[in-house]
Design a binder for this molecule. Sequence first.
Ligand SMILES: [Zn+2]
Length: 361
Amino acid sequence: MRGRANDGRTAAVHDVEVEVTAWALAFRLGGEEHHWPLSQIEAEPLGDLVRLSRRGENARLTVSAQDWRAAASSVSEPVERRRRRRERRMIAWLAVAAVAILLFVFVGVPLASGPLARATPPRFEAQLGETYAAQLGVVFPACAGQDAQDILHAFGDSLEDGMDSPFNIVVEAVEAPMVNAFALPGGRVLVTDDLIAESETPDELAAVIAHEAAHVEQRHVMQAVWRTVGLGMVLDLVVGGGTGAGQQAVLLAGSATELSYSRDAEAEADARGQEILQSLGLSSQGMAPFFRRLAAHEPEAGPAKGVMEFLSTHPDSLRRADASEARAQRGRPAFTAAEWQAIRAACDGDPRRRREGAEGG
Ligand SMILES: [Zn+2]
């Protein structure tokens, strides 16, 4: 294309022939070769003309606006296209990364948690359980009734005979303002005073304890721990820094009482718990009535108030009551009348009345 050039030092203006390549303009002015990369050219519109300059040079080149548009588009278009392609690629990568993280959290970690739990050495799990127990002991102190604790310990030992598990099932009554029972990694099973008060027969309490023992045996507890720790690892990645802050936040937010199980794990623990009782010749009839009674409380108490873990996790307690009833078999009661009396008194009588009294005074 043709243009008029000025060297920026004199007023002289020369006609020049401008060579346009894919990425630059070139022209000769006063015996000097000018080579201006398009990306470094500044264009100043002057009506039908455009005055071009290159950063750091005095020379000016004036060409028709039309010619300049044609020249600039030949390079600016690919540059623009490349930029947009880079952007699209970046967005795609971010999307892929986000999907990968979500898959890892919601599919990978849950999928891996089963094999991880089964591969976890029992000794490691037991040690972890002791750590949890030490922390929980501060919040939920053991009930004072020593005979009752001994009876519950002995019941835990007897359950082991019906189980296929390396773990020592240690049952303990604790004081806590909620109807709850939960298993810790390594085999400790805690039942709250309110849960004991809520149980009307030895069969009911035995069913709850056996359900928790089944969670231990099936490695559900360790699986829940891996899920929680896995989520913490991802949070660490996302929050960044690798300080372990994300992991700590998850561990703190989800104390052992809140390790949650899948619907399948609950159904498995229901069935397996009953099977363990039956293999020992004990009654497995306590599960269904206990479910029904707690389900009836649900509207007022609500899962948020800490109804036991197997109800708070899933609201289908009535269906599970039906399934438990269908599997139930008669058998010996887990505790004698005297033992049952001791257990009921383990936490200093009726915990509800005791607490109301304390609050009133
Ligand atoms: Zn459960």
